[in-house]
Design a protein around this ligand. Structure first.
Ligand SMILES: C[S@@+](CC[C@H](N)C(=O)[O-])C[C@H]1O[C@@H](n2cnc3c(N)ncnc32)[C@H](O)[C@@H]1O
Length: 403
């Protein structure tokens, strides 16, 4: 878990801030657990990446601050209780709309898939998939930027602890009138996105018996066009995919596996990379840029798309979360298909592995060599991360929790 309570990656133990930033005694005791994440942090320290070095120091102090601890605890309680509290949900909606606005101003992602020739009668409406659509802020914001577009949304059923859709409320906050076509432009499927046969690796079936089989059996299916892996490029129908699922601690099913946040992330990536059109865009929420699983995910995405990392200044600035904007995504590249297959294998192990058949912990970056990537791509990574580290650093300083 990172300081904001969001699991940084698939549950991989990720303690420490890099040996160079801890006491020699602690460094020795940690040596046995020297992780790939530690290597990344040491790389950043060795390159003297100022924003990151300062951030690592301030984070350590923040973790020891009682005031900060109380703040994060309150935020966690707020988020956990959101499914039962309409005021909190409206608060989230407002915050997400603020996010959308800042991200659009900073990156233009919501208009990145506008047709080149908007007057052409042949043009098809732009299609968006939001893999965790409720309460609907990003969907509504996207539709206002792309008036003829449609959104297919997936979201955890409210009775399982998910949020409701609040599209009309979003209109009011945006100060826009509802349009007659609104009721047809957002199609929501209420389903737990982590429990679908789409994620099975090639040649694998569900085990005959496993402890949460009823949850799989009772989970509503994905829409028909998302149920099977694409067999040709035209099966990829989305111009843009938005993924911002948040692990919900009070969702009973989500508590079965300590690495659920990672399973959720893997499920979203598989969905997005399976159905985004060649040349399309993706907006992906990630956490803890310098942890191995996130680092590996960003690296893989940089092989198949043009990527930018963006951290809004006004919302969640003190947290480790950030947005990855991928444009010109090339899901038909062999390297992408191989990666998706690896993600499916990770999903399978995280879901059904282990002695109890409830999964086991998996590295998303399995098979990648951290040293090789740092050698080849480290400098680019440093440039990509500046905005993320600097904005979190400035926001933490503004909080005044530490001297
Ligand atoms: C940060 S909110 C998403 C915000 C939304 N995209 C918007 O723009 O308003 C996180 C969402 O993830 C959903 N979620 C969490 N776990 C899920 C799961 N297993 N399957 C589907 N949705 C899930 C929650 O119900 C919630 O709607």
């Amino acid at each position: 878990m990172d300081s904001d309570g969001a699991c940084s990656d698939s549950g991989q133990s990720d303690h420490g801030n890099g040996v160079s930033l801890v006491s020699p005694q602690l460094a020795i005791s940690q040596a046995a657990y020297y992780t790939k994440s530690d290597k990344i942090r040491d790389f950043l320290a060795s390159k003297n990446v100022q924003a990151w070095v300062e951030l690592a120091h301030i984070r350590m102090k923040v973790w020891q601050s009682e005031e900060a601890g109380k703040h994060f605890e309150m935020q966690r309680e707020n988020a956990d209780g959101a499914a039962q509290n309409i005021e909190t949900q409206v608060g989230f909606l407002k915050m997400m709309l603020g996010f959308a606005n800042e991200i659009q101003d900073g990156t233009g992602v919501f208009t990145s898939v506008r047709p080149k020739n908007p007057r052409s009668v042949l043009r098809k409406p732009v299609r968006c998939l939001d893999t965790s659509a409720a309460p609907g802020a990003l969907a509504q914001y996207f539709l206002r930027q792309n008036p003829r577009a449609t959104v297919d949304g997936l979201s955890l059923p409210v009775e399982s602890g998910g949020y409701p859709m609040l599209l009309e409320c979003a209109n009011k906050i945006l100060g826009v009138r509802p349009r007659p076509q609104d009721k047809d432009t957002v199609n929501i499927t209420w389903t737990d996105i982590t429990l679908h046969p789409l994620f099975l690796p090639q040649g694998k079936e569900y085990p005959e018996e496993f402890p949460d089989k009823p949850a799989f059996d009772n989970n509503p299916p994905l829409p028909p066009h998302l149920q099977f892996p694409p067999s040709k490029p035209s099966d990829r129908v989305y111009d843009i995919v938005l993924t911002s699922s948040r692990y919900l601690r009070r969702c009973v099913h989500a508590q079965l596996r300590p690495w659920e946040a990672g399973r959720l992330q893997v499920s979203q990536l598989i969905l997005g990379l399976s159905f985004v059109k060649p040349g399309g865009s993706m907006l992906i929420v990630l956490h803890n840029l310098e942890s191995w699983n996130t680092f590996a995910t960003v690296y893989k995405l940089s092989r198949i798309a043009n990527i930018t990392l963006y951290k809004p200044e006004k919302c969640h600035a003190i947290r480790s979360s950030f947005h990855l904007i991928a444009t010109n995504v090339q899901p038909e590249l062999e390297v992408c298909k191989v990666w998706v297959e690896k993600l499916k294998q990770a999903w399978y192990t995280m879901t059904f592995g282990g002695e109890e058949g409830l999964g086991s912990l998996v590295e998303v970056g399995e098979g990648l060599n951290v040293d090789t990537i740092l050698d080849e791509w480290g400098e680019e990574f440093v440039v990509l991360g500046q905005n993320v580290w600097k904005r979190q650093l400035d926001a933490l300083k503004r909080k005044g929790w530490v001297e």
